[in-house]
Design a protein. Sequence first.
Length: 309
Amino acid sequence: CTMPYLNHSRPSSFILTGIPGLEVAHFWIAFPFCTMYFMAVLGNVTVLLMVMMEQNLHLPMFYFLSMLAAIDLVLTTSTMPKLLSIFWFQSHEIVFEGCVVQMFFIHGFSAVESGVLLAMAFDRYLAICRPLHYSAILTSSTISKLFLAAVVRGLGLMTPLTCMVSSLSYCGPRVIAHSYCEHMSVVKLACGDTQPNSIYGITAATVVVGSDAILITISYMLILRAVMGLSSKEARLKSFGTCSSHICVILLFYTPGLFSFYTQRWGQSIPAHLHILMADLYLLVPPMLNPLIYGMRAEPIRERVLNLV
């Protein structure tokens, strides 16, 4: 078949290939993807309902956990239904506006989640290093402001990027070698000067991830120093236990995310199917595991779920 070409600046739609090189396996790959998506939705909805209904869960740590659950639902739902339709029904076409909206949600809410993870690190720091001031500092108003700041920063940084992508001219093939509308995958289809898009995208991602990672690292260095100063071994183990789940979530979020982001720009030697598969799992595995890592370690949520079962 012939490759469709465009003679105008803005295409009506793009074609998403799925996972390049693994097209023959798409049908079977969709089953584990669908299972993980179902688990992600079930787990995060359960966390949201538990925090909403249980009065004893109306605490800062669980408010942050419910924020994380809501963001994860947005991230998975913005990509997985379309991805599954590609794998099972060969529905590769996505309208231009839908592609831009999907891009906005993926990159924007990834930045919001990074901000929430930073807020959760601040919560752990206060709980362990400043326990007497914990309730006075982390009031409902402060929590709302932290979440609002994460949302404004994440979506605010993504808005100019979306506008820049929308203003580009697309005069070549409209096939995106990806499972969803990732920023650089779309920009590669544009003609003319795309350097401003690349520079802004790299700078925004580096600033968000870099600043959050530095602040999270500092908070955990302070936590570690405080924990090592505790006289009781039981107290040290308990403090480490409260932080271990958060550290697991941070590693799950940042490691594959950074791999996918920088591979898209400089990882030409990495096979395309491996890169795209990692990018897909980045938006699926953390949302699936976060409720298990956090929810099952949180005794009130674990007991409530076990009682229902």
